[in-house]
Design a protein. Structure first.
Lengths: 261, 385
């Protein structure tokens, strides 16, 4: 997304600020990459804390095995939108990720409470996008709506875009779940006595919280190898990696209704 | 790799979502985890319709309400499949989903005579000027794969169809449920020797080369001394001047994808720098010939908002990046999902080209001034000067 924004405005600089909703459960590699990206491209960034938004609302930490703050990101995002007076947030969501996302517009209108109403979306005939809003409302903008996971990787290859190392194979200590899913071992997971820790060669297909993103066994160490792997895979991106979407079929729709990106 | 946008339409329960599901399943485009879920929900057999009904309300009502997008890739083509709703009350969603597609797959139920809603969909294909219509007579398994039934449906549809010269028609008898003639050729209908739906899609030639059209640049925005625009058609050559009203534009500095360029291809986004920026404005169109100035036009609209009583009212008109106030004198009541011709009076002229009006490429949306909702979409039919 940053690369596309740069190309869209070049030779002038990107005229907007980056926003990171930080759950506090990010991989170190993600944060290192974020800081480097901001520095090398001369961008500005605002970071807002999910923990702070939870504290403000007196929401307790989830007391489960994998205590994900994923759904709570919406609170911090809505606070940031209000505080920074944001009219449009541009993100990398794609329609091939999830069946509720497959229904979402490129310019996704959110009311003054940040709510997505999937049954009254603005039609987008001929990709004519309507971003008009009244004060207090906002739009979420998804320029990559019609890209697939493979399209993204092909583009990364063509444009030689730098990525966090997590996307490529590395040795990692993981908790192996009964269904075979590999969760990165981290300080937030509440291990049970029956849990098995295994050292595996893995990579991540999506990078979210340490507490809800599963790794996949992989030997792919370069963009070319990832593309080969994706051409052969039998599993969808979220099916392979997201605990939060395994819980309920309408997981994404419900989160989006509450203001989720 | 070329991109082909395809949408399915037809009446409720004619099997649109099942067809898309079948297309994805038989072309090995459904992941095993998703297939597992669909099979569980279908009680042992994959429930293909649930693949695209992505909203809670759709699953609980068992119908498609809004457009869903699905993707699959063959050797040479990336397909964007647009599943559109069949119900009359969601016609507007169907219109919006269809608007950007090159190919329509219209499903006809072999068991039933052509219905009002199918007729409405065919009318929309004509209005939008969709290039390729694949008419798939579905549920052939339920009529014993009889050739006579196929011919009967063909006669009925031909009686109501009124296509333009550049629209192509393809007839295919199928069973989406059994997978006959979707990806795999039929065994059950030896009387049919034509292509399957996928073969038909694969044989559709790439869109006419718009490189050869006259170059046309739309200005999308001015920001910090730079102008941003899009090449709508033709090849932009910085050595050739562009014209608008009495002015001419000789491009000094042009960037495509961040790289200094002397030419830009159709669809390219460009950044322009130079001394002429102050004469450029959002929504302008600059062409090899100057565009016409249009302040009054007749448009064929699909009404997407609430019902409107007769009278005079104002909307925000959007055409590409241009926005104007449009006054409408509505002679009769207009209902949601109506297709109707309406005259618009604009607060200031927009730039239009006669050739693009003839090609149905001058398109607009109307936006409610208070709620900012998109209440109508349409195509400019003529300029009234």
């Amino acid at each position: 997304m940053v690369h596309l924004a740069r190309l869209a405005f070049a030779p002038n600089p990107i005229p907007f600020t980056l926003l990171h909703i930080d759950t506090g459960h990010n991989f170190t590699e993600t944060l290192t990459f974020r800081d480097e990206l901001v520095k090398t491209m001369g961008l500005s960034i605002e970071v807002r804390s999910v923990v702070e938004a939870m504290r403000k609302r007196e929401i307790p930490e989830p007391k489960v095995k994998f205590p994900s703050r994923n759904a709570m990101q919406s609170f911090a995002l809505l606070d940031a939108i209000q505080e920074l007076n944001i009219d449009a947030c541009i993100g990398g969501g794609r329609r091939d990720e999830d069946k509720a996302r497959a229904k979402e517009r490129i310019f996704s209108f959110r009311d003054h409470e940040g709510t997505w109403n999937p049954l009254s979306q603005r039609p987008e005939p001929w990709n004519m996008l309507n971003g008009r809003i009244n004060p207090g409302e906002n739009v979420r903008v998804f320029p990559l709506s019609n890209w697939t996971e493979l399209d993204v990787w092909n583009y990364i290859q063509r444009e030689q875009i730098a990525l966090p190392s997590l996307y490529f194979t590395h040795e990692r200590l993981c908790v192996e779940l009964p269904d075979g899913a590999l969760m990165a071992y981290n300080p937030y997971v509440r291990l049970e006595s029956t849990d098995v820790l295994v050292e595996r060669k893995v990579r991540f297909r999506t990078i979210g919280d340490m507490t809800c993103t599963a790794a996949i066994p992989s030997m792919a160490g370069s963009v070319e190898e990832v593309i080969t792997e994706l051409n052969q895979t039998q599993l969808s991106e979220r099916g392979a990696t997201r605990l939060d979407d395994r819980i309920s079929e309408a997981g994404m729709e419900d989160r989006k209704r509450q203001g989720y990106f | 790799m070329r991109i082909l946008k395809v949408f399915t339409c037809g009446n409720v329960d004619d099997g649109k979502s099942t067809l898309l599901g079948r297309l994805l399943l038989d072309s090995d485009s459904i992941s095993v985890d998703i297939l597992h879920q669909l099979t569980e929900q279908g009680g042992g057999v994959p429930n293909l319709a649930l693949l695209t009904d992505g909203l809670r309300a759709e699953r609980s009502m068992g119908i498609t309400i809004d457009v869903a997008y699905k993707f699959f890739t063959t050797k040479h083509t990336k397909y964007i499949l647009v599943d559109t709703p069949g119900h009359q009350e969601y016609t507007r969603n169907m219109y919006a989903g269809a608007s950007e597609c090159e190919v329509a797959i219209v499903l006809i139920d072999a068991l039933k005579s052509i219905e009002a809603q199918t007729r409405k969909h065919l009318e929309i294909m004509e209005t939008l000027g969709i290039k390729h219509l694949i008419i798939a007579v579905n549920k052939m398994d339920a009529v014993g794969f009889e050739h006579a039934v196929f011919l009967e449906r063909q006669t009925e549809v031909n009686a109501v169809l009124n296509l333009a010269e550049n629209q192509r028609l393809h007839w295919i008898p199928i069973s989406a449920l059994a997978g006959e003639n979707v990806v795999e050729s039929t065994q059950a209908m030896p009387w049919y020797t034509g292509p399957t739906i996928l073969e038909c899609l694969e044989s559709i030639p790439p869109m006419i080369d718009t490189h050869s059209a006259l170059p046309l640049l739309e200005i999308q925005g001015i920001y910090e001394g730079a102008a941003y625009g899009k090449v709508l058609q033709g090849t932009l050559d910085v050595k050739s001047a562009l014209y608008r009203e009495t002015q001419s534009l000789e491009i000094e500095e042009c960037y495509v994808n961040g790289i200094p360029s002397t030419v830009a291809a159709p669809g390219d986004q460009v950044t322009l720098l130079g001394s002429y920026i102050q004469m450029l404005a959002r929504g302008q169109q600059w062409g090899e010939e100057a565009p016409l100035q249009c302040t009054e036009c007749t448009v064929e609209l699909c009404w997407m908002g609430d019902a409107m009583e007769p009278g005079t009212m104002e909307f925000i008109l959007r055409r590409g990046a241009a926005e104007r106030i449009a006054r409408v004198d509505l002679p009769t009541r207009i209902n949601p999902n109506d297709i109707q011709q309406i005259t618009l009076n604009l607060s200031a002229p927009i730039d239009v080209f006669t050739e693009r009006i003839q090609a149905k490429k001058e398109r607009i949306i109307l936006i409610d001034k208070t709620t900012n909702a998109t209440v109508a979409a349409g195509i400019i039919k003529q300029i009234n000067q």
